[in-house]
Design a protein around this ligand. Structure first.
Ligand code: PMP
Length: 424
């Protein structure tokens, strides 16, 4: 960040979008919560590395050795970024969805998993598998209610391994969840916690050590590193005790044929156990580059700038009587640069399409892969089911069945929000 609080340089803002008027305008990317644009710095780092990449953990050649070094260095950079504890592991995955599915596969059989029904589907659904019981907790209307609900649920199920999966910041409302308090309650009951930091990590400094969560998951493409990689990090015991997420080369230490013709496998311990196949070294390198760039920019400065934009957005929308901003914890609750709303008399899909076609503004409409939450916020348990992200059929004037989401971050210039507010 420069002293005047300028945004970080990102790709894509120079793209000229044709409008229905025939004019062209620079693209206003206000859908960071889906995928953030790449930081210019990440792009430059990847471009500088591109001529040198080779196979990781495999080749004897110079470029393979270099790539192996960079891959493992990237892991250490991520560990520093997340402030992992001694003994924690950082596993490279494809995404948050992949990370949580990996974890669901290593959770011991018989575990009871708790998740608030307000979670993104990636946090809500991976636990519905053989051997696990899922307890969905009703949407709380305050942080204190969330903490009390977890306390009661764990008190009602005091036996056996238990796990809470919770988001750090909602992908619908942007609201911050009381992660440290929930973790304190979970640990008091002997339960573990995995933090879905897909929407938190791009906006806030996250310390696994301070939050005390057992695992954390996030996606590179929401952290300004859009190269198909994510991270699952945290305690090694369940990870090392379970079958590998993918069976194959890289995860296996030795594979031997026994005298009776059977094949015996000894799996690695540590991150390699769950990273079978040729790793996505560009993706890992890009995540590490983004971690470095955000750390150097400083989260204090990034958060201060983003909060200024959040306040401006809230104030601007508050002046438009037809707009209703969605919130679980109340209008004044702390949030990152993610906000959903509906506009009286408008179908949200038409509204979002108009923002694009008439103003060159990219937002998202739909149920945001958090169907129960959006239905709760819109006040209609009866809303029609839809595919993740597919527009809901409704006519202007009907009660909204879906919403519009505007989201932004470290690369967003003030002009994008000004244009958005003027357009709305
Ligand atoms: N959790 C949250 C809170 C999210 O916002 C998202 C993405 N919208 C995910 C999980 C899933 O991330 P990905 O699509 O990168 O797997």
């Amino acid at each position: 960040l420069s002293d005047d609080g300028a945004p970080l340089a990102v790709l894509g803002h120079d793209v000229q979008v044709p409008l229905v008027s025939g004019e062209k305008v620079g693209y206003a990317a206000l859908d960071y919560a889906a995928s953030a644009p790449a930081l210019q710095r990440v792009w430059d780092d990847v471009a500088a590395y591109a001529p040198y990449y080779g196979s990781v953990h495999r080749g004897a050649g110079y470029l393979s050795q270099l790539s192996t070094d960079l891959f493992e260095q990237s892991r250490r950079t991520v560990a520093d970024f997340l402030d992992l504890r001694e003994g924690d592991q950082a596993v490279f995955t494809r995404s948050t969805t992949d990370s949580l599915n990996l974890l669901a596969g290593v959770v011991p059989a018989g575990t009871r998993v708790f998740a608030f029904e307000t979670e993104h589907h990636a946090s809500l659904l991976p636990w519905r598998r053989h051997g696990l019981t899922v307890g969905y907790l009703r949407a709380p209307r305050s942080c204190a209610e969330a903490v009390a609900a977890l306390d009661a649920a764990l008190a009602a199920h005091p036996e056996g391994p238990r796990l809470l999966c919770v988001t750090g910041a909602s992908n619908v409302t942007g609201e911050l969840w009381p992660v440290a308090e929930l973790t304190e309650v979970a640990h008091r009951h002997g339960a573990r916690v995995v933090l879905d930091a897909a929407q938190l990590a791009p906006h806030h400094r996250v310390s696994v050590r301070e939050l005390d969560v057992d695992w954390i998951a996030f996606s590179g493409h929401k952290l300004y590193a859009p190269f198909g990689a994510g991270v699952l990090a945290g305690r090694g015991d369940w990870l090392d005790a379970a079958e590998p997420y993918l069976a194959g080369g890289g995860a296996s230490r030795t594979v031997a044929r026994e005298a009776d013709g059977s094949v015996v496998v000894e799996w690695h311990r540590g991150p390699a156990r769950h990273e079978a196949g040729s790793p996505n070294v560009i993706g890992a390198y890009a995540i590490a580059s983004a971690c470095r760039a955000l750390t150097e920019a400083g989260f204090d400065a990034l958060e201060a700038r983003e909060q200024r934009l959040v306040e401006r957005l809230k104030a601007g929308l508050a002046e438009i009587p037809e707009v209703r901003v969605l919130s679980l914890f109340g209008a004044d609750s702390a949030r990152v640069g993610v906000l959903s709303f509906v506009v009286r008399g408008w179908n949200s899909s038409h509204f979002a399409a108009a923002l694009s076609a008439e103003y060159g503004i990219g937002v998202r409409d739909g149920l945001f892969c958090a169907h129960p939450l959006v239905r709760t916020l819109l006040g209609g348990e009866d809303a029609a089911p839809s595919e993740c992200g597919a527009p809901e059929p409704s006519l202007p004037g009907e009660r909204s069945l879906n919403a519009i989401r505007v989201s932004f971050g470290a690369g967003t210039p003030d002009e994008h929000l000004d244009r958005f507010l003027a357009a709305v």
